[in-house]
Design a protein around this ligand. Structure first.
Ligand SMILES: NC(=O)c1ccc[n+]([C@@H]2O[C@H](COP(=O)([O-])OP(=O)(O)OC[C@H]3O[C@@H](n4cnc5c(N)ncnc54)[C@H](OP(=O)(O)O)[C@@H]3O)[C@@H](O)[C@H]2O)c1
Length: 220
């Protein structure tokens, strides 16, 4: 996020916030996960690939019997997603779309050839989605935004670890999304989160918070 807590620009233009060294750190984290999740708006705005970029890391996954890149997961109410988006078009891994029941048939018609569409119920509940992902073999899920999604995972208290990277500039435009929206967070003035690590990475800084007993520092 920016110094003023934003995740991107206030326009539909993608804003890269990190530096090469931090993108490489994120690549290593992705390689260690079973699945990567972003909200549908992030697919529409950023068109991310969400693959493991480094060939050696992808090869190490394959040597462990895993697909070269983790599964990709998104959630949507409206099902307004383009099957040609890089989320669906790149990587050999499984793609999962958790869709609210109202539009699940639309989602299947639009995305059924490029993804598995799961009926997520009236409003997709992230805890239930996590349980369903676990049944599908996902033990370690990396959530990469945006703010709407961060808010739901954090307020549902299902996050083990938070990596917050602060970029050295301001966005200064309240049309942009903040790191989180309003909500009742389990960490508040009465219950402070545990700061596990602070790491400068070039001109950005990584703050790591342990948010559950499952957090293990040595995993990064
Ligand atoms: N700096 C970073 O690291 C980073 C990372 C990711 C994103 N971003 C930025 O974040 C911004 C997007 O964030 P955002 O908060 O607007 O969107 P988001 O969290 O990416 O996606 C929100 C969308 O996800 C779907 N959704 C969320 N919760 C749902 C639920 N419980 N059930 C069903 N569908 C659900 C809805 O999709 P539908 O509208 O399709 O129904 C909703 O509009 C962009 O500017 C992007 O560039 C930055």
């Amino acid at each position: 996020m920016s110094l003023d807590g934003y995740l991107g620009s206030g326009t539909r233009r993608r804003l890269l916030m990190s530096n090469d060294a931090d993108f490489d750190r994120v690549d290593a984290l992705r390689a260690g996960c079973d699945a990567i999740l972003v909200g549908a708006a992030t697919i529409r705005t950023d068109d991310p690939r969400l693959t493991v970029r480094t060939r050696e890391r992808a090869q190490r996954r394959v040597a462990r019997g895993l697909p070269p890149t983790p599964a990709k997961v998104t959630l949507t109410h409206r099902a307004d997603l383009d099957p040609r988006a890089r989320f669906f078009a790149t990587g050999d891994s499984e793609k999962l779309v958790y869709c609210g029941s109202a539009q699940v048939e639309t989602a299947r018609a639009r995305l059924g050839t490029v993804a598995t569409v799961v009926d997520g119920g009236g409003r997709v509940d992230v805890r239930r989605m996590g349980e369903d992902l676990a049944v599908r073999g996902v033990q370690r899920l990396m959530v990469e935004g945006g703010g709407t999604v961060h808010t739901q995972f954090l307020t549902a208290d299902v996050v083990d670890e938070l990596h917050l990277v602060v970029a050295p500039f301001f966005v200064g435009d309240s049309r942009a999304r903040r790191f989180v929206g309003d909500g009742r967070f389990p960490w508040n003035p009465g219950r402070r989160a545990t700061l596990a690590e602070v790491r400068p990475i070039g001109d950005v800084v990584l703050l790591r918070y342990a948010l559950s007993p499952r957090f293990r520092l040595e995993e990064d």
